[in-house]
Design a protein around this ligand. Structure first.
Ligand code: FES
Length: 328
C-alpha cells in the first residue's frame, strides 16, 4: 500500500509556521497540507461568515424583507457551510488510501492497540477539530432557526381575509387610461383595445382591465350579462387566470385574447372562456355602463376574484359557467 499523504512530515513533531502538524507513522493518516493551522483558520472563517450572513438574513427578513439582499445572504450562508465542509474534508482529513485486507477474526490485541494508537494520532493531527465542529454546529443551528422564521412570521401577520376578492372598481367608477384621462363611449373604434383602470387608481396592478370594442352594438357574453357591454364594449380583467400574466394580445380577426406566458387563448364573445392552454377559468368580466354622460363607468366591482387561483378562493361562479354563444 502506498502513501497518499504529501505532508513530508518525518517521525516526531514538526513545526511549520502556520501551525504544528503531528507526524504519524502511517503515512495514510497524514493530512495533505503542511500547515493545517492555515486551513483551520480558513474553515473557521467560512463557518463564521455563514453565521453572520444568516443572522443578517434574519434581520432583513424581520424588517420587512428585501428580495435581492435576502437571496445574496442566503447564498453566502449556504456557501460558507459548503466551502468550509469541503475544505475540511479535502485538506484536514487523512487521505488514505484505506484498504482493509481480509483477516482472521477476532481482532487480535495487537490490532486493537494499533487501532487505538492510530486513532489517537489522527485526533491530534488537526488541533482544533472540536472548535471547528462547534462552529459548524453553530452555522447549521443558526441556519435552521432562521429557516422557521417564515412560519413564525405567519403567526403574527393578519391573513388577507377577503382582500384578494376585490379590485378598486366601485359602482360608478369612471374607466380611465393610465394617464388618468377618462374613456368616452366613442373613443375606441370597433376592433380597438385599451387598458383602463378605475379613476383614482391608475396603474393599480390588480384592477387593470382590458377594454375591447368588439362591436358597435351591445353584446351578451353570458346569461345575466345583457347590460354589461354598452356600445359593444367588453371589459375583462387583464390578469390571466392561469398564473396572473397580463393578457395583452388581442387577435381582432378571431376575437380572441392570447396570454403570452403559456399561450392560453380566450374567446371574448362568450365570457373569455379558455379554449386552449393551461388557464383553468374564464377571465372575469367587468360590468360597465354608459349612464348618459358619455363616460364609460363600472356598474360594480368584478363579481368574482380576478387573477390566478389561490388557497380558499371561491371558484363556484367560474369553474363551470354555461356554454353559450355570443349574441350580437
Ligand atoms: S399565465 Fe397565462 S397562460 Fe399561463
Amino acid at each position: 500500500m502506498s502513501s497518499g499523504g504529501a505532508g513530508g512530515a518525518g517521525p516526531g513533531s514538526t513545526s511549520s509556521g502556520g501551525g504544528t502538524a503531528t507526524a504519524v507513522e502511517d503515512l495514510r493518516l497524514e493530512i495533505p497540507v503542511q500547515r493545517p493551522r492555515r486551513v483551520e483558520n480558513f474553515v473557521a472563517l467560512c463557518f463564521a461568515v455563514s453565521v453572520l450572513a444568516t443572522i443578517g438574513l434574519a434581520i432583513i427578513y424581520s424588517l420587512g424583507g428585501q428580495t435581492q439582499a435576502e437571496g445574496a445572504l442566503l447564498g453566502v450562508g449556504l456557501a460558507g457551510i459548503g466551502i468550509g465542509v469541503a475544505a475540511w474534508g479535502k485538506y484536514l482529513m487523512p487521505q488514505g488510501p484505506f484498504r482493509e485486507d481480509r483477516h482472521e477474526l477476532p481482532t487480535t490485541e495487537e490490532d486493537k492497540e494499533a487501532f487505538g494508537a492510530a486513532f489517537s494520532r489522527g485526533a491530534v493531527a488537526v488541533e482544533r477539530r472540536g472548535f471547528l465542529g462547534k462552529l459548524l454546529g453553530a452555522a447549521i443551528t443558526v441556519f435552521s432557526i432562521v429557516g422557521i422564521f417564515p412560519f413564525i412570521r405567519s403567526l403574527y401577520n393578519p391573513r388577507p381575509g377577503n382582500a384578494l376578492d376585490f379590485t378598486q372598481f366601485r359602482p360608478g367608477s369612471r374607466l380611465v387610461r393610465i394617464d388618468g384621462n377618462p374613456v368616452m363611449a366613442d373613443d375606441v373604434d370597433v376592433g380597438g383595445v385599451l387598458t383602463v383602470f378605475p379613476e383614482g387608481h391608475e396603474g393599480d396592478a390588480v384592477s387593470q382591465t382590458l377594454l375591447i370594442r368588439a362591436s358597435s352594438v351591445p353584446i351578451t357574453t353570458l346569461p345575466g350579462r345583457e347590460t354589461w357591454s354598452p356600445h359593444g364594449y367588453l371589459a375583462y380583467s387583464k390578469l390571466c387566470t392561469h398564473a396572473g400574466c397580463p393578457v395583452s394580445l388581442y387577435q381582432q380577426q378571431v376575437q380572441q385574447l392570447l396570454c403570452p406566458c403559456h399561450q392560453s387563448v380566450f374567446t371574448i364573445l362568450n365570457g373569455a372562456r379558455p379554449i386552449f392552454g393551461p388557464a383553468p377559468r374564464l377571465i372575469p368580466q367587468l360590468p360597465i355602463m354608459d349612464n348618459g354622460d358619455g363616460f364609460l363607468r363600472a356598474q360594480s366591482d368584478y363579481q368574482e376574484p380576478v387573477g390566478p387561483g389561490y388557497w380558499e378562493r371561491n371558484t363556484s361562479t367560474t369553474l363551470n359557467p354555461p356554454k353559450n354563444k355570443a349574441a350580437g
